[in-house]
Design a protein around this ligand. Structure first.
Ligand code: CUA
Length: 148
């Protein structure tokens, strides 16, 4: 092997190690939110709505044929300026979870959890729809976030 090849291999390996180290540092050192492909160490059995701090909320969303269990079926109410963590799963088939006027566009997958965080600065009603065809009642799957 040519010495330039060895150098190129060493450089490539050290970059891989450096990037991996940076991911670990971001997760552990900076407590950053990593992409949703990483498994979450939590379990969702049913929908739940919780206040977890000043104007901070967490919603466990369980999609089902045909609706969204978010602690209450299909509707949650939060104050203006709230920051909300959405953890989304499904109890039967694949569904979608899209919240209008936000960037939330998740899949609800049985056995997996997808995640998104949103700050709701404007009062009003935000429609939630299922954007994945899931059977006869698909078009009836709708919900609401009401920001007061
Ligand atoms: Cu659920 Cu379409």
């Amino acid at each position: 092997m040519d010495r330039f090849e060895k150098r190129a291999i060493a450089l490539a390996l050290s970059l891989v190690l450096m990037f991996f180290g940076l991911i670990v540092y971001a997760a552990k050192g900076l407590q950053a939110d990593l992409p949703t492909c990483l498994p979450y160490k939590r379990e969702i059995k049913q929908g739940a709505f919780q206040e977890i701090g000043p104007n901070r909320y967490q919603v466990d969303v369980v999609a089902f044929m045909w609706g969204f269990d978010m602690g209450q079926i299909n509707t949650i109410r939060i104050p203006r300026g709230a920051i909300v963590d959405f953890y989304v799963t499904s109890r039967d088939v694949m569904h979608g979870y899209h919240i209008d006027k936000t960037l939330v566009n998740l899949m609800a997958i049985p056995g997996a959890i997808t995640y998104s965080r949103v700050k709701f600065d404007r009062p009003g009603e935000y429609q939630i729809i299922c954007h994945e065809y899931c059977g006869l009642g698909h078009q009836n799957m709708a919900g609401k976030v009401i920001v007061e």
